[in-house]
Design a protein around this ligand. Sequence first.
Ligand code: PLP
Length: 457
Amino acid sequence: MTYQNFSLKQLQTMDAAHHLHPFTDHKDLREAGTRIITRADGPFIYDSEGHELLDGMAGLWCVNVGYGRKELAEAAYRQMQELPYYNSFFRCTTATPVLLAQKLAQIAPEGISQVFYGSSGSESNDTALRLVRHYWALEGKPQKNIIISRHNAYHGSTVAGTSLGGMSAMHDQLGGAVPNIVHVMMPYAFELAMPGESDHEFGIRAAKAVEDAILEAGPDNVAAFIGEPIMGAGGVKIPPESYWPEVQRICRQYDVLLMLDEVITGYGRTGAWFASQSMGIQPDTITTAKALTSGYQPLSALLVGDRIAARLVESGGEFYHGYTYSGHPVACAVALANLEIIEREGLIERVRDDTGPYFRQVLTERLAGHGIVGQVRTFGLMGAIEIVKDRQTRERFPGDGAAAVVVRDHAIAGGMMMRATGDTMILSPPLIWTRETIDMAADRILRALDLAEADLR
Ligand code: PLP
């Protein structure tokens, strides 16, 4: 039985009756009705009413090679026929996770050559948290277990992911976070820089917050600092160039491990395989998921630095952690085919040398001067548009994010799928976007901004 046997109304009724959605106000959803996406091709998605939408979010920051890739379907089909599943426990594994681990070691930053698999970014961050604490225990320092994170960080939605993350609304519903995780200020100059403070100075100050937290806890008690190179779900917050080198220097000074969460930035989005390479950061762990398979299969890979991996091997003893689907052969087969597409089509170079710079140019030239836009910022193919009431003072519209929702709704109605986070519009398109697609997106966003301004003023 397929969905074509049902009308949109029937699907919506069944959805309301049985399906609880992630991050959703269900009262609101049942009043508004669900949008059902039924197919997709290249950069476009189509809903059950036949509307075509340019997908400015690559699904949920993940469909980097775009939709409709038969090669990925075939890779899954072949692997399912040959061996749909076997586990990687008990001294076993299957072939595709091995091949993928080797590939990931080739493309990872220097000093990182080991992989631990999961099925989602949240799971992978859970692994990362447990692994760094286990590492320090094996080093004979079990008390060195505090993790420093940032306010408004997003590291997933499991208990560990939520605890690592800094989203207060999520913490409010948690009923008790994983202990020994502290949060410091985020590197968000647009709202947090002081009058007259340069971006550079602000970046150093934001990094100093990490040092202050280390000193307050005592360096002997701090296991690691975790951060997204660019905070994604929190609003595409691109730190000043001074921030990461200083954070890295501080971590090294106090022998604090550096954990990067590249669930969004990994696999090409910033114009390199990993943002750590774009930004010159040398982390001890890198959490990856999403674009590892371009979202065609659920798969995550925690890339583990040699310092940690060597300790695990030398000390011996079981690391009591893993998932039924760690190294799922079908997901890994799809990941291999996906990485091959990224390489063959030169998508990373394209983002670095062509579409990334063009994206910045077009958004800056066409949108940054709009009456309700306070700032446009981009990095590779990630972008943010700050919605403000007053461009000079950066005063926001009343309603805490309500204005961005007005923009988003006009954008979707005009064929542009984009997301609103707080008062920020965010973009994270598939890496197959061309200059023409970027122009099309800018046209549609501009129209949405005009319509929103007319509504809001
Ligand atoms: N980390 C970051 C930076 C993310 O953006 C996300 C998801 O958006 C996650 C972790 C969690 O990944 P998942 O939803 O696959 O559990």
